[in-house]
Design a protein around this ligand. Structure first.
Ligand SMILES: [Fe+2]
Ligand SMILES: [Fe+2]
Length: 472
């Protein structure tokens, strides 16, 4: 790879040109990343021109430049949000001290683990989505898929930058390991459960971008509060990209719901499968699945790790700096669930170890907003039906609810009741086979698969019938 001007090849605002050691580390890593991308990134389409957004700087003009790019030539850049002069640590034992510009020695291992865990989710989602291009419902959707894929690739770069720039040799080893684990692989799985699930079809993908990318938003937002300033600034910039992923999920499911409602009205029936649509009951089961596996990503209700991350000043609460309390939480409490015989009750728990639950609460409130919007679409079609989020205890594997069976309405169930009814609540094999049968590629310019409505508008002011991917 000699002869490549890396400061040009890798757009950045981290003074890469002045940091020989970092340049060398990235020069070594870059071809390995490309190998991974060709092996595990989007299947096919690598030689096609895709209308993509590239960040070339962090200012308003530079962070969203649109042009046709072949994905392997995408310029994965390294960007940190602009520094806040005089920034101090906003919570925990070190509150008020200047933010760390270097890794605090005593927290080195913990910090590295936090960065690796976040970093691992980025390539994982690219792997999970790699076959979807083959069955895209439109060129518009295909382009959005690839936009998300290259940006998750960039998020991997962002975490690798931190590992290479601040963690020396173990950082470089972790950077390599991030390219070696594989989503769903029995021997070398990705670190977190939801990132080893399959994303076999476009409904699962849209649900993933709505529910699972949103977990990413909450993790990044709490890391953006970190006292380790480079991590904070990196995550702040990543959040600007994450917003697009959430948009794809929210509008994508909204478009599916809209199409379903149109078919229900046209055919005067709830059974839109006959008309090639996805019935609301099936959409609900997909919501139930993706929401519940995403809730698990927040971890146990009570967690010493979460308490330590906070006390150490490494990971804050969502919108920590907007909160008006002591930012130490040693004497405060937080309301969490507990099991009381055959019912679910609440109790006040010490605030620090319940930080996972607090973040989950913020996430749940945010998830509900999308549901409200989808329900508006249903209402506009004068259909009497409401999509809902299941109870937080439904279909959980981690924490308090991992040990019991809970119905979507929050009732505790026996194993037998659960087994008898779970197919009403989770996608069945028949649902998955039906959804799979709909996954026929639609690639004519401006055309959309029958099960999804076109978007309200195109990308970057372009029309909906723009040639977002040049397949010819
Ligand atoms: Fe990401
Ligand atoms: Fe994302």
């Amino acid at each position: 790879m000699a002869g490549i001007d890396y400061s040009e090849r890798i757009p950045n605002n981290v003074s890469l040109a002045d940091n020989r050691r970092l340049q060398r580390a990235l020069e070594e890593w870059h071809p390995k990343f490309l190998d991974w991308w060709m092996q595990m990134g989007p299947d096919g389409f690598q030689a096609k021109d895709v209308y993509l957004r590239t960040a070339v700087s962090v200012d308003a003009q530079g962070w969203a430049q649109f042009d046709y790019v072949r994905m392997p030539e995408y310029r994965w850049g390294l960007f940190l949000a602009e520094p806040e002069p005089g920034r101090t640590i906003g919570f925990g034992d070190h509150m008020g001290a200047p933010a760390w510009q270097d890794v605090p020695g005593e927290y080195r291992g913990v910090l590295r683990r936090l960065i690796v865990t976040q970093g691992d989710t980025e390539p994982a989602s690219v792997e999970q989505q790699r076959h979807l291009g083959r069955t895209c419902p439109s060129l518009y959707d295909l382009r959005n898929l690839f936009q998300i894929n290259v940006e998750e690739g960039r998020h991997l770069w962002a975490m690798v930058y931190l590992l290479d720039a601040y963690f020396g040799r173990d950082g470089r080893e972790e950077s390599e390991a991030l390219l070696q684990r594989r989503s769903g692989d029995r021997d070398k799985p990705r670190i977190l459960g939801a990132f080893n699930e399959k994303t076999p079809d476009w409904i699962s993908y849209l649900m993933f971008t709505y529910f699972t990318d949103r977990d990413g938003k909450y993790q990044l937002a709490s890391l953006a509060e970190s006292g380790f300033d480079p991590l904070s600034r990196t995550c702040r910039f990543m959040l600007t990209e994450e917003a697009h992923h959430l948009f794809v999920g929210e509008t994508g499911i909204g478009r599916v719901v809209q199409r379903t409602c149109e078919l229900m009205r046209e055919g005067k029936t709830d059974d839109v499968r006959r008309l090639g649509g996805i019935d609301l009951a099936t959409i609900q089961r997909y919501i139930n699945f993706h929401y519940s596996v995403s809730l698990d990503l927040f971890g146990s209700e009570m967690s010493t790790n979460a308490a330590n991350f906070y006390t150490m000043g490494l990971k804050g609460r969502f919108e920590e700096s907007k909160k008006r309390d002591d930012h130490r939480l040693k004497d405060s409490t937080y309301s969490i669930n507990e099991l009381d015989g055959d019912r679910i009750a609440t109790r006040e728990a010490p605030a620090l170890p319940s930080l996972n639950e607090r973040l989950r609460d913020d996430y749940i409130a945010d998830c509900q907003r999308g549901l409200d919007r989808w329900n508006q679409v249903i209402k506009k079609h004068e259909i009497d039906h409401e999509l809902t989020l299941p109870h937080r205890g439904f279909h959980r594997a981690i924490g308090l609810f991992g040990e019991v069976k809970v119905a979507p309405d929050g009732r505790l169930l026996s194993e037998a009741e659960w087994d008898a009814r779970k197919q009403e609540w989770l996608p069945t094999e028949a649902d998955q086979a039906y959804v799979a049968s709909l996954m026929q590629p639609v690639t004519a310019i401006g055309r959309f698969a029958n099960w999804i409505a076109p978007p309200a508008r195109g990308v970057n002011g372009r029309p909906v019938d723009f040639e977002y991917v040049r397949l010819a």
